[in-house]
Write a protein that binds this ligand. Structure first.
Ligand code: FRU
Length: 436
């Protein structure tokens, strides 16, 4: 059998010699409650991303910003939401007040007769449900990259994952807001190849991952990329040959579009992996700041390999080029985690560059649940699970970047996505910028 990773050329997350992952003041978010007003109180809302331009800026379409969220009706248990996830979109003129415009691809799980979705009343998106992705607004053309999760030909719920795109829809700002008008054309872009990227058949008993496509054009090279979350087939020598540790094999995958066409992708080797360290490094994205590449991923306390400890957190790594070598930020990679008294307060963070800062938003998960493992939620009644799950966006964190170090140094309101040109308020007295 071939051992493709014996020739590994990419960086790997190692925790040797770092003293491990420890909560510190600059990496711990303040305690957060639910927002005073929620744009969609009848929905569970989790992974969320803005419509961006090719160069990565948050798009302004005739003065409108657009957010895409994974959503499900709030009357299902939080665990069930992944099985019926639906993309909805929210629009705003100021990046603060958001209006729910309904399902992106045409159906409406809330049962509204008059769902937005243009000429495409039925959701013909691929997979049995759609998981996280990214959204590109390219000279008036929309490309919504997503994870086509589930095999529509399978009776049972399946966890097949393929990278897909919806395109061909248009944006209309002539009425009292912004609407996205179908019909959409949906295409599968990439399926795991089994060489660099594990197929479901190759994967063991742990959660399978091949998902979360993130469009990224490199400002230094002009090259067009998709990053995604996957697993690397372990090589025999990895983790000292220990098969139990080798099962923890998260990676950040890479595809390039040689022509720049957002529909035309070729695999490249991963840019990073966490073999022997962590099994799921989710929603990878890259921010370029002062010529450095900051690679950010979310991961869970319970996906670290045996003998290693971490948190539900945003982890980050920095390199001088997209291909690496990546070094962990703040020594261990920890960038943002939840307070010790609310370890599952938030998850699935996304960092958007804003001047000298990163603006980091996630979804509010279980803000008041102080347990060691999130699976303890399963012991509660469905009603209690729903009551404890916030299912909305967090306050936005302001994170200063200083070379290989970061520091949370302020917060904005829940759901705050200021435009790139907006001057942020002065930092409050209790926050300080990192020393020069
Ligand atoms: C992170 C995540 C994503 C995935 C989605 C599924 O919260 O696991 O990786 O696309 O949730 O609901």
């Amino acid at each position: 059998m071939s051992e493709p990773n014996d020739d590994r050329t990419w960086s790997r997350w190692t925790l040797d010699g770092t003293g491990g992952i420890e909560r510190t003041e600059p990496t711990t978010a303040p305690a957060a409650g639910v927002p005073d007003s929620d744009p969609a109180p009848d929905l569970h809302i989790w992974d969320t991303w803005p419509l961006r331009t090719r160069s990565g800026e948050v798009a302004s379409v005739d003065g409108w910003q657009v957010l895409i969220s994974l959503t499900a009706p709030a009357d299902v248990t939080p665990g069930e939401r992944h099985d019926i996830a639906e993309h909805r979109y929210f629009v705003s003129r100021d990046g603060r007040e958001w209006t729910d415009r309904g399902p992106v691809f045409g159906t409406d799980a809330l049962g509204d007769e008059d769902a937005e979705g243009g000429d495409s009343p039925h959701n013909d998106a691929l997979g049995t449900r759609q998981w996280a992705g990214s959204a590109l607004y390219d000279d008036g053309d929309l490309y919504l990259f997503y994870t086509a999760a589930g095999d529509p030909d399978s009776e049972a719920l399946s966890y097949t994952q393929r990278l897909a795109v919806g395109h061909g829809a248009s944006v209309d700002t002539s009425g009292d807001g912004l609407t996205i008008e179908g019909p959409w054309t949906h295409e599968i872009l990439l399926e795991a190849d089994g060489e660099w990227y594990e197929t479901q058949a190759q994967s063991g008993e742990m959660t399978y991952t091949f998902r979360d496509p993130w469009f990224f054009a490199d400002p230094a090279t002009g090259r067009t990329h998709l990053l995604f979350e996957s697993n690397t087939p372990a090589a025999s020598g990895d983790c000292g040959g220990d098969a139990d540790q080798q099962a923890f094999n998260g990676c950040v995958g890479l595809a390039v579009s040689p022509s720049g066409d957002p529909l035309d992708w070729e695999f490249r080797p991963p840019i990073f992996d966490s073999v022997c360290v962590n099994q799921e490094i989710e929603r990878p994205h890259v921010v370029v700041h002062e010529g450095r590449y900051y690679l950010l991923v979310s991961s869970h306390v319970d996906t670290f390999a045996p003998g290693l400890a971490g948190y539900d957190a945003l982890y980050g790594f920095v390199a001088d080029s997209l291909d690496g070598d990546y070094r962990p930020l703040n020594g261990s990679g920890l960038v943002v985690t939840n307070p010790a008294t609310a370890p599952f307060q938030a998850y699935s963070w996304l960092a958007i560059p804003h001047g000298e800062e990163l603006l980091v938003s996630g979804f509010l998960n279980y803000p008041g649940f102080n347990v060691d493992r999130l699976d303890e939620i399963a012991a509660l009644s469905g009603e209690e699970q729903r009551r404890r799950f916030a299912g909305t966006l967090t306050p936005t964190l302001r994170v200063a970047i200083d070379g290989e170090e970061t520091r949370i140094h302020g917060t904005l309101d829940h759901w705050a996505f200021p435009s790139g040109t907006e001057t942020l308020p002065p930092l409050a007295d209790e926050w300080s910028l990192p020393a020069e």
